[in-house]
Design a protein around this ligand. Structure first.
Ligand SMILES: [Zn+2]
Length: 133
């Protein structure tokens, strides 16, 4: 068997690709630096994608980045310079903590706010878990 035949055989043995078309792509922030401020110019898109209110996500970011800012339609302004890498890391952290279901991995969740612990409820599989943020 020559090399090409080996490759052909290998290819045939691979399982067919799953095309669920539902794979969740984590949003990436479009970031603009303006003087001492950092703008997320696709903030509304991010919020829609992860199904959180702009207030929920901005509150988290202000706290995590120890800064203030404001939400305007479509964008978030942070009153400090935040490197894009750091900002996207915070987003990933938020997704992991407050959006993605640990059971089924789907982002179809919402938060039930209640003292003393908030709960993440998965609409896809019904799983719940407490969240700290
Ligand atoms: Zn789930």
């Amino acid at each position: 068997m020559d090399y090409n035949q080996m490759l052909d055989n290998l290819y045939v043995k691979l399982p067919p690709k799953k095309t669920t078309g539902e794979r969740f792509e984590p949003p990436v922030a479009s970031i603009l630096m303006q003087g001492n401020k950092t703008l997320i110019t696709n903030f509304d898109v991010i919020c829609q994608k992860i199904r959180r209110k702009p207030e929920e996500l901005s509150k988290f970011l202000f706290k995590e980045l120890a800064t203030r800012g404001n939400v305007a339609p479509g964008r978030l302004t942070l009153d400090t310079k935040v490197p894009p890498r750091v900002l996207n890391e915070k987003l990933t952290y938020y997704l992991d903590q407050c959006v993605l279901c640990r059971e089924c991995g789907k982002p179809d969740t919402h938060i039930v706010y209640a003292a003393p612990v908030n709960t993440l409820v998965c609409e896809a599989c019904g799983a719940t878990r407490p969240i700290r943020l």
